[in-house]
Design a protein around this ligand. Structure first.
Ligand code: AMP
Length: 285
């Protein structure tokens, strides 16, 4: 497995593979790898001729008061885990190479970036979209893999790739969870034992809501109230049901929807979600 620090070296490597007719799969990450990341990497390896992962903690998606400095960095073990997953090349640029003095270009994806996480993190999706374009320009992937864990991020990147004619297939992979249901996240490392226990109410409330939806409940208000009641012990940022593609709030559950939650649990801001496609809507299509 090769490790590249510079965009031109990364691009030269990918170009030579592409010229040989090989398809390049790509998994962008911020490192501190866990099974969630590895599931994306394994899919990229399985479904493409060569697979690249990036490890870059992107300053542009953190606000000054957020956890950029505290964000876990475990580069050596990340390399080992990536290699074991079958990754052929790692792109790990430095922050100063990505955003040198005078850097001025940012990508905004309207509408789908609004609401949910951007209400408390207004800078976030502009930072994500910008870094993903820069990473795509270095890696030149045919396919890129994102986790449903960050469902709004996936929707933003998918919209952007389509709008900007990038010709890159954007693939969403399921959320990988701990055995007790907690969605895996690099930020789970911030949780002490009590907060770790309290954090379970996110996934537990979502699963209860999914049971209700599957049993036929279609009231947005009732589902949101049910989830909020289940999350009384944590500091809720939002509980919302939105269209799974546009991220716009819905009044009726009559198409594929995303039920998304975010909460501060002790030192960690955690997010989780489920998607639900009402069988009656699928049958009507
Ligand atoms: P991050 O390093 O947190 O930026 O995440 C890199 C990629 O891994 C993103 O596409 C995430 O959605 C994905 N990811 C993070 N956690 C999980 C998880 N528990 N299950 C599946 N994918 C995940």
């Amino acid at each position: 497995m090769q490790v590249f620090r510079h965009a031109d070296e990364m691009r030269a490597w990918s170009l030579s593979r592409k010229c040989a007719g090989k398809r390049v799969g790509f998994v962008p990450t911020m490192g501190a790898l866990h099974e969630g990341h590895l599931s994306l990497m394994r899919a990229a390896v399985r479904e493409n001729d060569v697979a690249v992962a990036s490890i870059f903690v992107n300053p542009a998606q953190f606000a000054p008061n957020e956890d950029l400095d505290a964000y876990p960095r475990t580069f050596d073990s990340d390399l080992e885990m990536s290699q074991e997953a079958g990754i052929h090349a790692i792109y790990a640029p430095t922050a100063s190479a990505m955003y040198p003095e005078g850097y001025s270009t940012y990508v905004n994806v309207d509408r789908v970036s609004e609401g949910l996480c951007s209400r408390t993190r207004p800078h976030f999706f502009r930072g994500v979209a910008t870094v993903v374009v820069k990473l795509f320009n270095a890696v030149l992937p045919d396919r890129a893999y994102f986790g449903q864990k960050d469902a709004q991020q996936y929707a933003v990147i998918k919209r952007m790739a389509q709008d900007l004619d990038m010709g890159i297939e954007i693939i969403e992979m399921p959320i990988i969870r701990e055995p007790d249901g907690l969605a895996m996240s690099s930020r789970n490392q911030y949780l002490g034992p009590e907060d770790r226990q309290r954090a379970l109410c996110l996934s537990e409330s979502l699963f209860r809501a999914l049971d209700a939806l599957e049993a036929g409940e279609r009231s947005v208000d009732k589902i949101v109230r049910m989830v909020r009641d289940g999350m009384k012990d944590v500091d809720i940022d939002y509980v919302e049901i939105v269209d799974a593609e546009t991220m716009q709030p819905v009044n009726e559950i009559n198409r594929t929807v995303l039920l998304a939650v975010a909460a501060q649990v002790g030192p960690a801001r955690l997010i989780d979600n489920i998607k639900f496609a009402p069988p009656e809507a699928t049958a009507a299509q």
